[in-house]
Design a protein around this ligand. Structure first.
Ligand code: TYD
Ligand code: MG
Length: 450
């Protein structure tokens, strides 16, 4: 029985007889795509083989890992590189992905791992120049400059490296896919081949993907589900700090971060990020609050800065760097509705110092404190850290890892902390704790506001 192609809506799954811009059953636009008809398949007796079913309890050794010696990278990977894993490293163009991976390849190579670095963006001479600048010209890394993925896979098959770096996926192309390099189908197909190769041959593969603004070139997002580990390399252009963040990791904790500094000769590890993020803090400025946060398994202290100024716009500005803007709106609304501190007619600027991005709800209290401090022009004591989640009722909720946050603060010379009541503070030596149950009481005590 021969059938024509089906047109299937990718949103609701409805099957249509012809293509249309809008799906008639769910109303979604541009969601209908052609799908090859499913063949009749073999006779029942020939369908499939039985697969092996094993016990969950069977002993399985933890995957052997290779450490690069770059501690910040190894920790983000969950303790080192796992053989046969596929790792996606995403980030804005120019943020330092190629630099990081060339340094990583050199470090892995020095531990005796066979590493290949395949660049589709730069000629071999350019990569060599970069290596010289980084002082890595003598590292035993194999270098290739190629964009034809079929040739690259054949080479990997022959060379059998333990680690191959593909920089970047948007430059790779497969001859059996008709669209241009960088298109969704090329990027997907190329990544699929690479991930398959990693699993079959036991080579760990790092795929570099540029984050792109909406447009003709596919970003790394569409590959996240295909790989084992997704790392994003982020940072502000003007800042020298770079943060490598694990957003997905089948072999370790997600949310782990590694902090680097871009220097004249490559990326340097930052071993104590808290000290660095707080290093150029001015003493007792209104609008500044220190948040004791947790990034992955590690406590990190950051300074939250707020500026509040009269606005001459009909809709006052709300400008946020390093935090979710929705979170800022919520906190402003809670301050207005529960604590009677209005922000109408005021421009609000909020910034996390040092180019760090904070995603924890535990930052709420420090954000609120910075905002009220800026508005009332009253400084928060410079030796105080704050953390706690604010609920819509204005109550403060305890957050996880209170003890670790306090320990890190004490280590960096802070001597008091404001935190939600009922937090499991444990032993906080040398820290004076101010537990508070709701936001209104806190802003009243601290700033005499509300
Ligand atoms: P790159 O690794 O090429 O970025 P990506 O691969 O993510 O596009 O990094 C390029 C930037 O890094 C470039 O603006 C110059 C800067 N850089 C340094 O500051 N120091 C260095 O040692 C190197 C190699 C690059
Ligand atoms: Mg690059």
């Amino acid at each position: 029985m021969a059938k024509g192609p089906n047109y299937v809506c990718s949103a609701c799954g409805a099957v249509h007889s012809k293509w249309a811009g809008k799906c008639e059953s769910c109303g979604a636009w541009n969601s209908i795509a052609e799908e090859a008809p499913i063949g009749a398949g073999p006779k029942p007796a020939q369908r499939g083989r039985s697969i092996v079913i094993a016990d969950l309890a069977a002993e399985e050794a933890p995957p052997p890992r290779a450490a690069s010696g770059i501690g910040e990278l190894d920790r983000v990977l969950g303790g080192g590189l796992v053989p046969a894993s596929a790792i996606l490293v995403g980030g804005d163009p120019g943020i330092g992905k190629s630099t990081l991976l060339l340094q990583a390849a050199a470090s892995f190579a020095h531990t005796g791992l066979k590493c290949l670095y395949i660049s589709g963006e730069e000629a071999a001479a350019q990569v060599r120049m970069r290596a010289q600048r980084l002082g890595l010209a003598q590292a035993p890394v194999g270098l290739g400059a190629e964009t034809n993925l079929r040739d690259i896979l054949a080479t990997l098959d022959a060379e059998r490296p333990a680690l191959a770096i593909i920089d970047s996926i948007q430059t790779m192309w497969l001859d059996n896919v008709e669209s241009a390099p960088g298109s969704v189908s090329q990027v997907r197909a190329a990544a699929h081949e690479l991930v398959n190769f990693a699993k079959r041959r036991g080579t760990a593969i790092v795929i570099v993907g540029h984050v792109t603004k909406e447009g003709a070139i596919a970003g790394p997002r569409i590959l996240e589900h295909m790989v084992d580990t997704v790392l994003y390399f982020e940072g502000e252009r003007g800042h020298q700090f770079r943060i490598l963040r694990a957003v997905k990791n089948r072999f370790g904790p997600a949310d782990e971060i590694g902090v680097f500094e871009m220097t004249g000769d490559g990326l340097a590890e930052v071993l104590n990020p808290s000290a660095l993020f707080l290093s150029d803090r001015e003493a007792a400025t209104p609008g500044s609050a220190v948040f004791a946060g947790i990034e992955g398994t590690r406590p990190v202290l950051t300074e939250i800065q707020a500026l509040v100024a009269p606005s001459n716009l009909g809709t006052p500005r709300r400008t946020v760097v390093g935090l979710d803007s929705g979170r800022l709106s919520t906190i402003l609304a809670v301050l207005e509705a529960r604590c009677a501190i209005p922000f109408a007619g005021l421009d609000v600027f909020l910034n996390v110092a040092g180019g760090m991005r904070v995603t924890e709800p535990a930052a709420d209290l420090a954000v609120a404190a910075a905002l009220v401090s800026a508005r009332e022009d009253v400084a928060i004591p410079p030796d105080m850290v704050l953390f706690g989640e604010i609920s819509l009722s204005g109550a403060l909720r305890p957050v996880g890892q209170t003890e670790n946050r306090l320990k890190e603060a004490a280590k960096l010379g802070f001597s008091q902390a404001t935190l939600p009541a009922r937090s499991k503070a444990g032993q906080a030596e040398g820290m004076r704790l101010r537990e508070t149950a709701d936001l209104t009481a806190f802003v009243g005590e601290m700033f005499g506001a509300g």
